[in-house]
Design a protein. Structure first.
Length: 213
């Protein structure tokens, strides 16, 4: 993960996009964080354990693939199988989930450092799917049942606990791709089509994930 850190070094700063929020008073997208004076130009005094990373789709895909493979990346074991399984499984009691519905709704719960789907209330929310929707407009989920990783990075801050429509549209689109791949596998047995990178046909700068909460 060569492009993941808590700040962007000078030699890479031109790859960092500007970041926007929706101004409800003017109905326009306004600049929230620029590049010239951006928050990620300088190294923070203390690195947060709960967020603040800047990264790329390629780097996040490598991380997600490692989690999907139970801690293995290529031929190296980064995490033990037990650690990966505990991180991506439900760690909350029903009482704890009941007090956190603003974040998890009725379909989700919390593992270690990421959300976990425990109930299907949308076609793309397979029980066991794990990941997170970041407040700075990022969404990345891994579905171990389907063997699929879906990553969507935008430059538009979320302004509600409810995910924006582009997140749910992306989830439905990814499900359609899974179904198409499954049909192709049935027509061509033995062809490896399972793990793929799901990227919507939108314009993404190189540094796409501004912050993951």
């Amino acid at each position: 993960m060569k492009d993941t850190a808590f700040h962007v070094p000078p030699e890479k700063i031109e790859r960092l996009p500007e970041f926007y929020f929706f101004n409800r008073q003017t109905n326009t997208l306004d600049l929230f964080d620029g590049v010239a004076d951006g928050a990620w130009r300088s190294q923070p005094p203390f690195e947060s354990s709960g967020g603040g990373l800047v990264s790329t789709i390629d780097d996040y895909f490598a991380f997600s693939r490692m989690m999907l493979n139970k801690g293995w990346h290529n031929r190296e074991q980064i995490l033990s199988r037990a650690t990966a399984e505990v991180m991506t499984s439900d760690q909350l009691t029903p009482e704890q989930r009941a007090s956190s519905e603003i974040f998890f709704g009725v379909h989700g719960s919390w593992g270690f450092g990421m959300a976990v789907d425990i109930q299907r209330d949308e076609i793309f929310r397979t029980p066991g799917r794990f990941g997170w929707d970041g407040g700075f407009g990022t969404s990345a989920y891994t579905d171990p049942v389907e063997g699929v990783i879906g990553i969507l990075f935008t430059q538009h801050m979320m302004d509600s606990p409810e995910p924006p429509k582009v997140f749910t549209d992306f989830g439905h689109w990814r499900t359609q791709q899974c179904n198409s791949n499954r049909q192709m596998q049935e027509k061509a047995p033995g062809q490896f089509l399972s793990l793929f990178r799901s990227v919507m046909p939108l314009a993404f700068p190189i540094f796409d994930q501004r912050r993951q909460h």
